[in-house]
Design a protein around this ligand. Sequence first.
Ligand SMILES: Cc1cc2nc3c(=O)[nH]c(=O)nc-3n(C[C@H](O)[C@H](O)[C@H](O)COP(=O)(O)OP(=O)(O)OC[C@H]3O[C@@H](n4cnc5c(N)ncnc54)[C@H](O)[C@@H]3O)c2cc1C
Length: 417
Amino acid sequence: MAKRIGIIGGGIIGLSSAYYLNRAGFSVTIIDQGDLKDGCSFGNAGMIVPSHIIPLAAPGMISKGIRWMFNSSSPFYVKPRFNKDLLRWGYQFYKHSTKSHVEKAIPALREISLFSKSMYQQLYRDLSFDFGYHEKGLLMLYRNAETEKEEIESARVANKAGVKANILSLSDIQKLEPDIRVKARGGVYYPGDAHFTPEVLVSGLIAYLKDKGVVFQTGITVTGFQPHAGIINVIKTDHGDIDVDGLVVATGSWSGTVMEGLGISLPMQAGKGYSFTLQDVKMNTRIPSIFLEARVAVTPMGTTLRFGGTMEITGVDHTINMKRVKGIVDSIPNYYPEMNVAMPARESVWHGLRPCSPDGLPYIGRSKKWENVIIATGHSMMGMSLGPGTGKLVSEILLEQKSSIAIDAFDPERYDN
Ligand SMILES: Cc1cc2nc3c(=O)[nH]c(=O)nc-3n(C[C@H](O)[C@H](O)[C@H](O)COP(=O)(O)OP(=O)(O)OC[C@H]3O[C@@H](n4cnc5c(N)ncnc54)[C@H](O)[C@@H]3O)c2cc1C
């Protein structure tokens, strides 16, 4: 009988893990508390970003964050609360916002990003549906001298690490984007980035996996675990027990709580972001871009154009703050002066909770405490980008194969002591 693997969480990480585990011959069940129709892996900006090799925890981020905290339409906010998980997370973020951490994180992030992109290329060839995958790069646009200096430094770091980055003048940018007028001091172009339409990939993967025999148990919350001799052989849920031979925890922003049930400390905060999508755009952008000062991501997806942004550390909270959405809307004419975008209605604003680790690195690996438990979460703003790579690594760990890339930096129990 094939080994029974329970995957908790059906976002991009759980689905990608299921894809490779199913192909490897495991009998897979995905358990999710939601209906898999609108989670964090749906309405995001769909960027595949080998360009993002500098983690969020980096020098200068704390002072920038404090400045943003006092502006209600800014892209970043931490809700002040006396919560022990938040305080611990904040302390670890502070501790990792150093040059030496960034230097250690860069090779790890570069390797997993490039590996995951190669998995996307293979998925695009292997899957029978078109999820809008394009390799058109990413344009980072800046409007002021301070951001220009920072971005040119990031480009230098990227080139040194082997990730190509070209510094562009406004006229160079305009040649890449001939259909819309761009206003910027300049930009950096990362030709190795790619993009796709996330909700098409996610719903297509669900249909594909169902067809291949993966079982989906949705609307079911995992409440605990039953251990036996160093392994977990029963997942406890609000709808009864599920027997397993192994399990993958891919529970995104909820992972801190789920891992408590396994006696493992895993710092995690939800980073809420919003997006809205313009339909039937006549003059669309050709290349995804990021408005650097506003921290807004813009992705063309067929005839639609998606704007996404903000990072609100407010706990697992699903309220929509229209002031921050307005911050995104107001930033658009600063970079695309001829694009007049009206405020979207609250109902058409999508939100997602990014699972953020304090050091900006994901948690991927086998638990030291429970031999048959694999953890795969904490991908923050890069979960889509790193999804297939992570799924493949999960399958290699379960198969006890040598992993395609080094994963020591992603040790899920690095904070557990
Ligand atoms: C505005 C915005 C833009 C973004 N743009 C990009 C981008 O361009 N590129 C990129 O790479 N990333 C992007 N991201 C980040 C990306 O969306 C996330 O990193 C990714 O979706 C996380 O996937 P996940 O599978 O880890 O978590 P999720 O998709 O959140 O899945 C976790 C699942 O676990 C389930 N779960 C949790 N606890 C339990 C439990 N106890 N029992 C049962 N089920 C449980 C949840 O219901 C959920 O479905 C963006 C995010 C936002 C908000």
